[in-house]
Design a protein around this ligand. Structure first.
Ligand SMILES: Nc1ncnc2c1ncn2[C@@H]1O[C@H](COP(=O)(O)OP(=O)(O)OP(=O)(O)O)[C@@H](O)[C@H]1O
Ligand SMILES: [Mg+2]
Length: 380
């Protein structure tokens, strides 16, 4: 059996034994073993063992079951609560099969009967305990990973299906009422509000779904195709113009704008940035968007005036659930996921997203997208 800790450096053993004679005998046995070397830490009380395990790392523990401050099998869980993953071999005074089985039940890997311990037996028990503990820990990790996967599936299921379906029924029926219902003006207004709120909720659910996908593994699978960023931005700006007819948009497109990207995702990123610029700036100011070619890719900038993002928030602005700093705009807020998702989308494309924000120069988000698939640019 191979065991790293016994091949190279000496094995660190914690011996918990209050009987001086027994402890000496065991240590002599350990010294005489030719096939392995041991560093033995010897303590006489359970409390001291717990203390040692809290501060030092040991490869295995030899634990007497009758100690001044702890008797019998109860010593095992008390010790394991301090170091759940340490391999444990129990020392008993009698050759009691029943007790041995119970000890294993309590979490020990093996047991040895004092007075019958030879060097060879000791080495075998320790190696076996370490190996067995390693397997047990591996199984525990697998189980934890399996549970996470189950949880992820359930969570994504609730978001993606269970919540979206009833919401679609609400939006769909509101749309029907608006189109075919013979509604008086107050009712029409009410149904319109239902429709707008349902759409907003659907967007939030989509954002949460995106967030959960990126956080619980999976990331963004991209469907790349030839896309023109000019077209994408024309459409994004057009949609925002319809929603905000009083706002002024300045769209400057230069170069060719072509690249191989995921069109839907790029539109989502652009829409988040331009949408934010509209949302977080005064009504009477312009929102400027520009695109130009640069070496190997394209650069897009979105600029708005208004209150800047506070300096201390800038380093965290692409973290999830970071939201507006003041309460005045609280009712206009979303979940604080827009910039996080945008950043993830740009990163998945191997691009960069940056921001500068000052009272004098306003807020400017700029992103660079490599035209073709390339290794991650974020370390450049
Ligand atoms: N262009 C901008 N100008 C000023 N502040 C901004 C701008 N864009 C974002 N912010 C600030 O950063 C915060 C985070 O933006 P983000 O888009 O991630 O979330 P959100 O807009 O609050 O909600 P969501 O986008 O999820 O609906 C915003 O709440 C706002 O305070
Ligand atoms: Mg936003």
């Amino acid at each position: 059996m191979s065991d790293r800790s016994m091949d190279g450096r000496p094995m660190r053993l914690l011996l918990v034994e209050d009987n001086a004679g027994d402890a000496r005998l065991l240590q002599e046995e350990l010294r005489e073993i030719a096939t392995a070397r041991f560093d033995v830490l010897h303590v006489e009380r359970l409390a001291d063992a717990v203390h040692v395990l809290g501060s030092a790392s040991v490869d295995a523990v030899l634990l007497d079951l009758s100690l001044p401050d702890g008797q019998g099998l109860a010593n095992i869980p008390r010790l394991l609560s301090a170091a759940p993953s340490v391999p444990l071999v129990v020392l008993t005074g009698t050759d009691d099969e029943q007790l041995a089985v119970q000890a294993v039940h309590e979490g020990a890997q093996d047991y040895l009967v004092k007075g019958q311990v030879t060097g060879a037996l000791l080495v075998r028990a320790l190696r076996y305990a370490i190996e067995r503990k390693r397997v047990e820990e591996g199984l525990k990790r697998e189980e934890a990973a399996r549970q996470t996967a189950v949880f992820r599936e359930q969570f994504l299921g609730v978001l993606g299906h269970d919540l979206r379906n009833p919401l679609q029924a609400i939006s769909g029926n509101a749309a029907l009422l608006l189109r075919y219902g013979v509604l008086a003006e107050p009712q029409r207004k009410a149904v319109n509000r239902i429709s707008i709120s349902a759409d907003r909720m659907a967007r939030m659910i989509n954002d949460l779904l995106d967030f959960t996908r990126t956080r619980l593994g999976g990331g963004y699978p991209l469907t790349r195709a030839r896309v023109n960023l000019h077209d994408v931005l024309r459409q994004v700006v057009e949609e925002l113009e319809v929603a905000h007819p009083m706002r002024r948009f300045e769209l400057t497109l230069s170069g060719k704008g072509w690249g191989e990207w995921d069109a839907d995702r790029i539109a989502q990123a652009a829409s988040n940035l331009v949408g934010n610029a509209v949302q977080y700036s005064p009504e009477d100011t312009a929102v400027s968007v520009s695109v130009r070619d640069e070496e190997g890719g394209v650069r897009m900038e979105v600029h708005n005036w208004g209150l800047p993002i506070p300096q201390e928030r800038l380093p965290h602005i692409f973290d999830p659930f970071v939201r507006a700093q003041d309460m005045r705009s609280a009712q206009r807020n979303g979940l604080g996921l827009g910039l996080y998702i945008t950043h993830e989308i740009v990163r998945a494309h191997g691009g960069l997203l940056r921001v500068t924000s000052t009272p004098e120069a306003g807020t400017r988000f700029w992103l660079c997208l490599p035209r073709f698939e390339t290794p991650d640019m974020s370390s450049r």
